[in-house]
Ligand binder design. Structure first.
Ligand SMILES: *[C@@H]1O[C@H](CO)[C@@H](O)[C@H](O)[C@H]1NC(C)=O
Ligand SMILES: *[C@@H]1O[C@H](CO)[C@@H](O)[C@H](O)[C@H]1NC(C)=O
Ligand SMILES: *[C@@H]1O[C@H](CO)[C@@H](O)[C@H](O)[C@H]1NC(C)=O
Ligand SMILES: *[C@@H]1O[C@H](CO)[C@@H](O)[C@H](O)[C@H]1NC(C)=O
Ligand SMILES: *[C@@H]1O[C@H](CO)[C@@H](O)[C@H](O)[C@H]1NC(C)=O
Length: 799
């Protein structure tokens, strides 16, 4: 409306419109409000839902997923998809809505009557004297109020939580609250029946919240209220403006109880905190422009950290965040499992043999790279793997063992087993575990072995054929470059020859090593040998599926690969000048890169990323932009490399939710906040790297007095003062172009803005660096100030 105000004519229209609106509202109120029901005017199943005064919430009958189960619930009236925030009859669904109604009973309580007029749900208050009505308010609160004065509230849904905590709701304990005090998740995404997960304020009187499983096991503790936020989950209540103040939490401690409450911007904003069926808390806000929910915060950060998420004898895979039964087990209830409720776990296919005499009637199946469950675990005195295994066999209940120098046994159902494949979060108690199975489960394995031999023989013959054809193809390959998307499949022996049996190592990292390969004829290649079975395989797939499909002068070229049994090798074009970090922070015997070379490198990387983000068939997010991953050819042209963490997104998706990947110091705030990421995460890392290209130093430097010297903060502040003196690498002397310096610093600082929306797209960055578009001086990002503070930095980097 603000923009309508200036010319006179539209102002009159606006005023008339407002008058009409007020008149209309008055009319509605007089006709018996559409947000109220009473004994005379119940809300029946055949009726349209009631709508709160300003139209924010609706109250009515609904059925999840055409399930033939009907409920009374509250949802957002203006959001196309039906998102429930409260359900009355969670454990007593109606079979049909036609003859049912939500009404006021003779004793003044709100009741839900089924087809045979009996109450399936009631507010269940005693001694209500006056006549009452039910009203759905614009806050999403359903209240039972005095009919003569609806400000007198006798009961409210805000005190009877479901799985959703709306702004204004008070979650806590004691009489101050006067109702239920816990958030209880749905059983599945389409079943409002109370599930096993809940959120509760510590009943023992501290100010911390617990995420609980089956009311007994805590799996996340918020830590105590510090006056501003909770100590273990400081990013939950961003009162300091990080990531930004979309909502504000407050904790109230009184003589008759304590509670926590939060507020958002009210009518302008739609925020909800939900404990979902998979045991995770999420805070979402609705964005009108994209018509999507944006995830602002969630806990636990890793889905597999939810207690007993997958039930017993099932494993949670960190990367895919999914449950699967252990070998030798199958889903307990397939129906529930397929609906996403895995909490019942898996059942043994063949019963264990009772082995009273210690004979080996059962056997063990090893699982490696798992985070070992801590419950039902006992340390047993045993000096070797064999004695640890024997001791487990002789115990009737022992279902698994692990030996790492000391012997651990597990008893009964094994829960919380996590396959730990992610690049970060590698648990300290990761190891291998031996799962006990009936011996007969292994007889099938012999067949598998036989099959394996057959497969191996045929693989070898196929490999021979491939090697032969590769040999022939190599001659052809020299003349004709492979067409886009076509990769050479190398045999292992072939790669061995190429690298002279891996004799010349170029470098290495956590992923494995890189070797130089010299074909008999033609140009040199680099061969990356991935190690670590699961991790390696993941990276291998990521590189082949992303890099294998793209071609750009500023992206490293993948020429081919080799995947034979456990060998995973990638063959790239060879980059004689290695990686950018060597020249920026390396030893003094590397040449100093001139300003123009640095500027061309910055521009080249921007072009490569622009291509990745927008030009190729599926959008690719690199996820790990840093100087170490920028390779330089003989003319110092940059090539973006190392796609081991890259994410491929279909064109229909603009965001992808994934586990944290990348390198601390280059990670955008949304990674740490645990929200979905976009290509703007790469833009952030690019900005951080751009600072390093210009300064020739690491962004973070620990001073002798153990404080932190954080270059981007210094640069951003100097930029706002218009003072760039001393920011550029001193080794360059006067060899700088001050217009380019100014431009590059502005770009870098725009790239690292807290809000993704404020960061420019790679296309814009290219245009600015090319001098085609001007940018103004960016604000100093808030999170930089936090990072600049040493105490915060420690916290941040330990995420
Ligand atoms: C009402 O409360 C009583 C006692 O607290 C309980 O037994 C009954 O099940 C409740 N009824 C409903 C409909 O909630
Ligand atoms: C309705 O109740 C509220 C709260 O008790 C009171 O402040 C208000 O004066 C009452 N209004 C009328 C019209 O009685
Ligand atoms: C939850 O706890 C109750 C009682 O404490 C127990 O009977 C039930 O078996 C538990 N549920 C699961 C899935 O373990
Ligand atoms: C011990 O178990 C094995 C295998 O089940 C069985 O063949 C053997 O007879 C048992 N010995 C005794 C003494 O029970
Ligand atoms: C073996 O595992 C136990 C239990 O997690 C742990 O306390 C111990 O330090 C481990 N020992 C070694 C040698 O890694």
């Amino acid at each position: 409306m603000a923009c309508l105000r200036t010319p006179i004519f539209p102002t009159i229209i606006t005023v008339m419109f407002v008058i009409a609106l007020v008149a209309l509202q008055g009319a509605v109120l007089h006709a018996g409000a559409a947000d109220t029901f009473s004994a005379d005017q119940p809300l029946s199943g055949s009726q349209k839902p009631l709508v709160s005064k300003r139209g924010k919430f609706a109250l009515g009958f609904f059925q999840p997923d055409n399930s033939r189960r009907w409920y009374i619930g509250i949802w957002y009236n203006k959001i196309p998809e039906q998102v429930l925030v409260w359900v009355a009859n969670r454990d007593f669904p109606l079979s049909s809505p036609e003859l049912s109604s939500l009404t006021i009973s003779t004793d003044g309580n709100m009741v839900l009557l089924n087809g045979s007029r009996s109450a399936v749900w009631s507010t269940n208050m005693t001694a209500i004297a006056s006549s009452t009505v039910g009203v759905i308010l614009d806050t999403g609160n359903l209240v039972l109020a005095d009919a003569s004065n609806t400000s007198i509230i006798l009961w409210q849904s805000y005190n009877h939580f479901g799985n959703t905590w709306l702004p204004g709701g008070k979650l806590g304990r004691g009489n101050l609250i006067g109702g239920s005090t816990r958030l209880v998740a749905w059983k599945t995404f389409s079943d409002p029946n109370p599930g096993l997960f809940s959120l509760v304020l510590d009943p023992n009187g501290t100010s911390q919240f617990f995420l609980m499983w089956n009311n007994t096991q805590q799996y996340v503790t918020s830590g105590n209220w510090t006056g501003q936020t909770f100590s273990n989950t400081p990013d939950m209540a961003p009162t300091n403006g990080y990531p930004n103040s979309m909502y504000i939490f407050d904790y109230v401690d009184g003589a008759h109880g304590s509670y926590c409450v939060y507020a958002d911007k009210g009518d302008e904003q739609i925020t909800r905190l939900i404990l979902d069926a998979t045991g995770r808390i999420n805070i979402f806000t609705w964005t009108e422009s994209t018509q999507k929910w944006i995830l602002y915060w969630s806990a636990p950060k890793a889905q597999c950290d939810v207690y007993s998420l997958c039930g017993s004898f099932s494993v949670c895979t960190q990367g895919t965040q999914s449950c699967s039964c252990l070998r030798g087990f199958s889903e307990e209830y397939q129906g529930q499992w397929s609906q996403g409720d895995h909490t019942q776990g898996c059942r043994r296919n063949v019963a264990l043999q009772a082995s009273t005499n210690g004979s080996r009637s059962d056997k063990f199946y090893p699982m490696v790279g798992v985070k070992l469950p801590s419950n039902a675990r006992m340390i047993v005195a045993a000096g070797s793997t064999q004695s640890c295994e024997l001791a487990c066999l002789s115990s009737h209940d022992c279902t698994a063992y692990s030996f790492n120098g000391s012997c651990s046994h597990w008893f009964g159902g094994i829960i919380n087993l996590v396959q730990d494949l992610s690049s970060v979060n590698v648990g300290t108690n990761s190891g291998s575990i031996q799962i006990r199975l009936a011996a007969s489960e292994f007889s099938g394995w012999k067949n598998i072995k036989r099959l394996a031999i057959i497969i191996t023989i045929s693989t070898i013959s196929v490999a021979l054929i491939i090697i032969a054809s590769v040999f022939l193809m190599r001659k052809w390959f020299k003349k004709v470059a492979p067409v886009e998307g076509s990769l050479m499949a190398f045999g292992y022996r072939d790669v061995q020859t190429l690298t002279k049996n891996f004799s010349s190592k170029l470098g290495g990292g956590s992923f494995g090593s890189v070797f130089k390969g010299s074909p008999e004829e033609g140009t040199l290649v680099a061969v990356k040998k991935l190690e670590g079975f699961h991790q390696g395989e993941k990276q291998f797939r990521a590189e082949v599926s992303t890099l294998g499909t793209v071609r750009h002068v500023n992206l490293i070229r993948l020429l081919g690969f080799c995947s034979e049994r456990t060998h995973m090798l990638l063959v790239y074009e060879y980059m004689p000048n290695a990686s950018l970090d060597r020249y920026l922070f390396g030893s003094s015997h590397e040449p100093v890169l001139s300003w123009s070379t640095r500027y061309q490198i910055a521009l080249g990387v921007a072009r490569g990323l622009h291509y990745l983000h927008e030009r190729c068939r599926d959008c690719i997010i690199h996820c790990d932009i840093k100087p170490e991953n920028i390779l330089l050819n003989e003319t110092f042209m940059p090539k973006v490399a190392d796609f081991g963490l890259a994410k491929l997104m279909g064109h229909d998706f603009s965001r992808v939710l994934t586990t944290v990947r990348g390198t601390v110091g280059y990670l955008a705030p949304e990674w740490i906040a645990g929200t979905a990421i976009t290509t703007k995460a790469d833009v952030y890392s690019y900005g951080m790297m751009l600072f390093e290209i210009m300064s020739g130093r690491r962004n973070v430097r620990h001073r002798q007095d153990s404080t932190v010297d954080f270059f981007p903060l210094l640069a951003a502040m100097k930029l706002t003062e218009g003072e760039l003196e001393g920011l550029v690498d001193t080794r360059l002397g006067c060899d700088v172009d001050s217009a380019e310096v100014e431009r590059a610093f502005r770009v870098a600082c725009w790239c690292i803005q807290d809000q993704e929306g404020a960061r420019p797209a790679m296309a814009t960055i290219v245009q600015v660096l090319e001098g085609l578009v001007e940018v103004n001086v960016p604000p100093v990002p808030r999170s930089l100030k936090l990072l600049g503070d040493q105490s915060n930095f420690v916290e941040f980097s330990s995420e």
